[in-house]
Each structure stands twice: as C-alpha cells, then as structure tokens.
Write a protein that binds this ligand. Structure first.
Ligand code: URA
Length: 209
C-alpha cells in the first residue's frame, strides 16, 4: 500500500485556510497555491537519493552530498495542475515539466487522454504528478495509468485537498504511488466536489466560471 503524507506545517495549514475562503480572489488564490506548492515540495522531496561527493571549499577538501543521478519531472494534470508548477519549480529548478490532459467520455464516462507531452527520458525520472483536488480519484488514477503506459515507473502524486474516497481509489489502483496532500476532507457532494473543499480549483486559479 502506498504512503499518505498529510502536511502539518502551520504555514501550509494557514494558507490552505485562506484558499478555502470564498472571498479570496483569483490573484491571491494563485499566489497562495504557488506558495503552498513550494512548501509541499520540501516535504515531497524529503526522500530523494543523495550521493557522496568530494568538493573543495576555499579552505579545504570535504565530503558532502548532492542529488544522485535520478532526475525529476513535474507533470501537472491540465488545467488546474498548472497552478502548482511554478511553486515546485522554484525549489526544483532543474526539473523538466510534462503535461497531461484528460476528459471524461460522455458516453462511457471513462477518462480519455487528449494531450500528453512528456520529457523523452520519462522512464528515468522521478515524477511528481500534480492536481490541486483529488476528488473521486478517477482522473489521477487514469493519468498515472497513462504515464505508466509511457514508461514512467517512479511516480508520486501531490494535491492540495484530497477526499477520503479519492485517496482510497488511488491507493487501490496504484499502490506504488505515494500521495502528498495538504489537507484531507471527508465528503464529496453529488457533483463530485470536495466538501468543504475550496470550490473549482481551475476556475478560481484562472478567474473563469
Ligand atoms: N475539482 C475541483 O476543482 N474541486 C473539487 O472540489 C473537485 C474537483
């Protein structure tokens, strides 16, 4: 079973309360999503592999640690996932960015991939798949399935708010994918919105409705 990491840092919790507030406008919402993503990047990269290397300071030689060869890719699920990319890149500027877009077929209700552009060496990268809201878990599970079909084998999923159901669905579908969530909410409503949640993350990020 994959691990679930729920953030407990006061800065993250404070900022999550602010993005939940319906009076927070698009500009502030975007800035907060950016900041929360950056703070979460710190937690989500805690277990990255390090190698020992020798360097020379102005004073003497020393043994120290740097990232091992495994490189990172950030993959937002379009469109709301885009709001989390810059925050992650500000801590991990060397990461490459892929994109995946899905829609739900109106007849079969199955997720269909309509766009996917990934770094060519995706199989060699640690992937942080991002989407602010893990609601039913359907899109995230499908996106991970599509990434695996393309060779990805080391994926972690990061969201701002996860529903209990979304976590269950994702853990059952992909027990190898750890989940990082800033908050976990218990309910989904009849329209698959997370309750209390924060509304439609894409609309709030981009000022659409
Ligand atoms: N997507 C959103 O943007 N919000 C939800 O509550 C659920 C899915």
């Amino acid at each position: 079973m994959s691990k679930l990491f729920v953030m407990d840092h006061p800065l993250i919790l404070h900022k999550i309360s602010m993005i939940r507030d319906k009076n927070t406008g698009a500009k502030e919402f975007r800035e907060l999503v950016n900041e929360i993503s950056m703070l979460m990047a710190y937690e989500a990269t805690r277990d990255l592999q390090l190698d020992d290397v020798e360097i020379e300071t102005p004073i003497c030689k020393m043994q120290t640690k740097v990232f091992s060869g495994k490189k990172l890719a950030i993959v937002p699920i379009l469109r709301a996932g885009l709001g989390m990319v810059d925050g992650l890149l500000s801590l991990i500027p060397v990461a490459k960015v892929g994109h995946i877009g899905l829609y739900r077929d109106p007849d079969t209700l199955e997720p269909v991939e309509y766009y996917c552009k990934l770094p060519s060496d995706i199989a060699d990268r640690e992937i942080i798949l991002v989407d602010p809201m893990l609601a039913t878990g359907g899109s995230a599970a499908a996106a991970i399935g599509f990434l695996k079909e393309k060779g990805a084998n080391n994926i972690r999923f990061m969201c701002l708010i996860a529903s209990r159901k979304g976590i269950d669905v994702l853990q059952k579908a992909h027990p190898d994918v750890d989940i990082y969530a800033a908050a976990v909410d218990e309910e989904l409503n009849d329209h698959a919105y997370i309750v209390p949640g924060l509304g439609d993350a894409g609309d709030r990020l981009f000022g659409t409705k």
